[in-house]
Design a protein around this ligand. Structure first.
Ligand SMILES: Cc1cc2nc3c(=O)[nH]c(=O)nc-3n(C[C@H](O)[C@H](O)[C@H](O)COP(=O)(O)OP(=O)(O)OC[C@H]3O[C@@H](n4cnc5c(N)ncnc54)[C@H](O)[C@@H]3O)c2cc1C
Length: 440
């Protein structure tokens, strides 16, 4: 906190901070602080600030405690499994996309941000914190945990986007809680507004204390369209967003009410995936110096600056299998396995690999003795232009290590975001073939 008060910038997953051109003089890595935990305390769900979005998707506690909404929002907000395995809940809340579904979900779940502060700890409801996180963090605040009180009975998330992987033009999150036959509490938040996502309190009040009949839900949807200050930009006009709002709100309200009546959580695909747990080793104070890690089974000692990325470290020592593409985590071509976990090495500080193991494509096989995955990729014609192939093969390797018999959906999920050029059909077929050959 003292360091944060001096202007040192907290670093979560780095997927925003290290991908942006923003100049930051000093970084304070939060990863060793033991804040990647999810617990239930007195019926509240307590989520540590550095818990990743993928941890939230996978956690058996989060699903029932949020009627399925938070895992669904995390999965929807970041399509790439690799990015979800790096991005943290606090990082997303502090600097997530202005149209982010996670913020909308936190609003309707009545989340409370617990901020450690040099003066005194603060508890800030999502309604206040998400409006302007810098106000609560000013003077050295660091998000410590996010608390979600008591689970709602029903929840729904609806979105409209030009492509599933693109940020939504607008989205609507709803939670419902019943007392007998009537709705005792309704929370409704929308994105696509002029500012950050916000609750539409007038629409909530319209539905509360009713039985949630269709006529009431229709009027609430019209209320959202009337009250929301929708954004006008190159992707959609305010009027288009307003029309979308009417349709999406009605859909979200109907399903949150129906699910609430049946006490049935929102549906989230339950996919098995490579481990996302990061090694929570405390990092040394580091401006520059010597790092020691294991790369492809061999000890590597190298000099690095505090800002050296793992990608630069690897390429600087002649390991070129990790490709330098966009430098912002978007293309996936720099993916390597850090302690078995796929990470975008362009957004991972080299110091985070201190004492850890790194696997690049060079550690898999050689031209003479290719790894099974390399062989099936070649046989299936799944290599395409070749630039992303190391990332695809490593993503597949991480999956097969954890899930030897993946379904097609699990393979597609593991490969998402690792190639930006073309279809995933052949790489997917290749991975399924590798799994079946390994099983024989
Ligand atoms: C390819 C790609 C796709 C993306 N897609 C999406 C998307 O679809 N939707 C979306 O919303 N975002 C998206 N992002 C942006 C980014 O992933 C999110 O904003 C992300 O959740 C940030 O989390 P992080 O832990 O990596 O944050 P960091 O980059 O580590 O930090 C972000 C900000 O939060 C602050 N911060 C972090 N932790 C704390 C803390 N505990 N206390 C106080 N301040 C803290 C940092 O100082 C920094 O200002 C994408 C990024 C990439 C690279």
């Amino acid at each position: 906190m003292e360091l944060a008060a001096q202007g040192v910038v907290p670093l979560g997953g780095g997927t925003r901070l290290l991908a942006s051109a923003r100049e930051v003089p000093n970084l304070l890595d939060l990863v060793g602080l033991g804040l990647s935990t999810v617990q239930v305390e007195d019926e509240d769900l307590v989520i540590g600030a550095t818990t990743t979005l993928q941890d939230l998707v996978e956690s058996p506690l989060v699903y029932p405690a949020t009627a399925g909404l938070l895992p669904l929002a995390c999965r929807t907000a970041a399509a790439s499994r690799t990015i979800r395995g790096m991005a943290t809940l606090a990082g997303e809340a502090v600097q997530g996309d202005p149209d982010g579904e996670v913020a909308a979900a936190l609003l309707v779940l009545n989340a409370v941000f617990v901020v450690a502060h040099p003066q005194e700890p603060r508890e800030s409801p999502a309604l206040r914190f998400l409006r302007d996180p810098s106000a609560d963090l000013e003077g050295g605040g660091v998000v410590q945990t996010v608390m979600i009180p008591g689970a709602p009975h029903g929840a729904a998330l609806e979105r409209a986007a030009a492509l599933p992987s693109l940020p939504p033009l607008m989205s609507v999150a709803v939670t419902t809680t019943f007392s007998g036959e009537r709705l005792s509490r309704v929370r409704l938040a929308v994105t696509g507004l002029e500012g950050r996502p916000a609750r539409i309190i007038e629409a909530e009040a319209h539905v509360e204390r009713t039985a949630g009949d269709d006529e009431v839900l229709r009027e609430a949807a019209e209320c959202v369209a009337r009250e929301g200050r929708f954004r006008e930009d190159a992707r959609a006009s305010a009027d288009q967003r307003r029309k979308l709002a009417t349709v999406l709100t009605l859909r979200a309200l109907r399903s949150a009410v129906e699910r609430g009546k049946r006490r049935e959580p929102a549906q989230v695909p339950r996919l098995r995936s490579p481990t996302s747990r990061r090694a929570a080793a405390p990092l040394p104070y580091f401006t520059s110096g010597r790092l020691e890690l294991k790369v492809n089974g061999r000890k590597l000692r190298a000099e690095a600056e505090a800002r050296t990325t793992l990608l630069d470290l690897l390429r600087g020592t002649g390991i070129f299998g990790a490709k330098s593409g966009c430098g912002a985590g978007r293309c996936g071509a720099c993916t390597v396995l850090l302690d078995g976990r796929p990470v975008a090495s362009c957004m991972t500080l080299a110091v985070r690999a201190q004492g850890q193991t790194v696997l690049t494509i060079e550690g898999l096989g050689t031209s003479e003795r290719p790894h099974l995955l390399q062989k099936v990729f070649a046989d299936a014609g799944a290599v395409q232009c070749g630039f992303c192939t190391p990332a695809l093969v490593l993503g597949a390797r991480a999956l097969l290590d954890a899930v030897p018999d993946p379904t097609e959906e699990e393979v597609r999920e593991a490969l998402t975001g690792l190639c930006r050029c073309t279809g995933y059909a052949k790489p997917t077929a290749a991975v399924i073939e590798a799994a079946s050959r390994r099983g024989r």
